[in-house]
Design a binder for this molecule. Structure first.
Ligand SMILES: [Zn+2]
Length: 300
């Protein structure tokens, strides 16, 4: 099928990417993180490296040629992602300042120190990763279930893009960062996890970048537990039924557990007939752009 992320390419470099890209990136970021598990600079460097690799590959071997960004489009997306990176940092600081005094005090009072700090670092990291994704699964499902959550989170802005690529991992409404970061903030502040949480965040961001990426990849083995771009692009479908599947942006296992997994291949993505401007995406919490095919209000 034309425009299918899962069609096996014919030339050798693209075939190597098809089978090896996702596991190679995940192994690389985990391996680099293990060298300095508490280094936040390394985290930023890894995210930039993953984005650079995926951006170059999308340009050389796009799964859907019509999604290839022009230089101007890519530049403006990069500027937006950088601005939103600082928004995310401010939201993280807000959660720390607002929730930390309450939750860490509560943890001390109740004597809740149940996090298995004695486990191997990798086991702790994957535990945080899948717990984080379990919480995000329900937050994300609530965004698609109820109009008030959809509007207040600005989630429609993330779905409004009609071309997807690795940069879309960070193209969220500023308000949505309160939703996106809530699972990680709660887990860290309740359990006092430390370094494994930083590794889990790196895996989450890497997976979210891959999930939006416009490069053909095989999804069969790794896709039992982890979200692939085929599964996540299905979630971005213009078709309402398809968009109400695959809520896990980094781990797909919870969709399998809770019955929302889909193996479909989206033909078109977005939220309506036209893609809104950046300004219209920004005001989506107070004014939906045109008629949305996938907003909760569109349910019949
Ligand atoms: Zn969504």
């Amino acid at each position: 099928m034309a425009g299918d992320q899962t069609v096996e390419p014919q030339n050798l470099p693209a075939r190597a990417l098809y089978y090896g890209l996702q596991p190679a990136i995940l192994l690389a970021v985990i391996g680099v993180w293990l060298t300095q598990p508490t280094n936040p600079t390394l985290f930023v460097g890894c995210v930039l490296a993953v984005q650079l690799v995926l951006g170059v590959l999308e340009h050389l071997y796009p799964a859907r040629g019509e999604w290839r960004l022009s230089g101007k489009q890519r530049s403006s997306s990069i500027v937006l992602v950088l601005i939103l990176f600082f928004v995310a940092g401010a939201v993280g600081d807000f959660y720390t300042q607002v929730l930390d005094p309450f939750l860490s005090g509560l943890r001390e009072q109740l004597g809740v120190h149940i996090w298995p700090h004695h486990w191997p670092l990798l086991a702790q990291m994957f535990t945080v990763f899948f717990l984080n994704e379990l919480l995000w699964y329900w937050v994300h499902r609530a965004e698609h279930q109820w109009s008030v959550v959809w509007r207040f989170s600005g989630h429609g802005a993330h779905h409004a893009f009609q071309k997807l690529g690795a940069l879309n991992f960070g193209l969220n409404h500023p308000l949505e960062y309160f939703f996106l970061l809530l699972p990680a903030a709660l887990l860290e502040l309740i359990f006092g996890i430390g370094a494994p949480a930083l590794g889990a965040s790196l895996l989450l961001v890497s997976q979210a970048s891959i999930a939006h990426c416009n490069v053909a990849m095989n999804s069969r083995v790794i896709g039992w537990l982890f979200t692939t771009n085929q599964y996540h692009i299905c979630h971005h479908s213009l078709d309402l039924a398809e968009s109400n599947t695959n809520f896990g942006c980094a781990a797909i296992v919870w969709d399998r557990v809770f019955g929302t997994f889909s193996d479909s291949r989206a033909v078109a993505v977005g939220s309506g007939p036209n893609e809104p401007s950046t300004w219209h995406k920004l005001i989506m919490p107070i004014k939906e752009y045109e008629v949305s095919d996938i907003a909760p209000a569109a349910r019949r």
